[in-house]
Design a binder for this molecule. Sequence first.
Ligand code: 3SL
Length: 240
Amino acid sequence: MKNRIEVCFSPRDFDLYKEGFEIIVVIDVLRATTAICAGLANGVKAIIPVDSIEKALDYKEQGYLVGAERKGQIVEGFDFGNSPYSFMNTKFIDKEVVLTTTNGTKSIEISKYSGQIVIGSIVNLEALTNWLVKQNKDILCLCSGWQDKFNLEDSICAGAIADILIKSGKFYSDEDSTISAKYLFQQAKTNPFGLLKASSHRRRLKNLNLNKDIRYCLTPNQLKVVPILKDGKLILLNEE
Ligand code: 3SL
């Protein structure tokens, strides 16, 4: 029997989609889920996602390294933000760090009781889909979007996941959102930078001089990691 793969375009729609899935893939390509993949691939022991500045401050007072981003910028008083490059620092190796972001960590928070959370991005697409295809479970891709709005980069990434899983012959989809995401991916795959040139968040980050981050986030399959949420912490999936 085939399993289901579906796409939810925004955290705002999550309640409409959430029933019946065993795995939720949280996606925030620019930049939260890419930064999480980069951190764990570069030796961070665990990333604790929190959805508010208050919770982040609590951890900071306990002595944790804490990253906080709002509207693309580092929140004053915190150690770092949401750039994948900030996690490539030896001071993070073997540490548990805390992260709060505008959209990505909020998606994790709202979905964490609805299924097993795993982290998806363009940088770990291949590793993630290789693992998902073997799970025999119903899967929902949750796009983080931007402040509850649809965004192109998360939708294209979700479309890629759906396309790969459906082509494996082990998955089917019912929802029009999933069909649309697949079409977007098919349009984007020959020239992802071209299609994403117009995207609102790419423009937002470009205006903040974050072109290097954008390139990193949109470079497929550079990381062989699958981050998974266990006991409130994102860690690397250990496939025995
Ligand atoms: O919203 C988020 O989670 C962020 O990834 C947004 S930003 O890329 O840091 O602007």
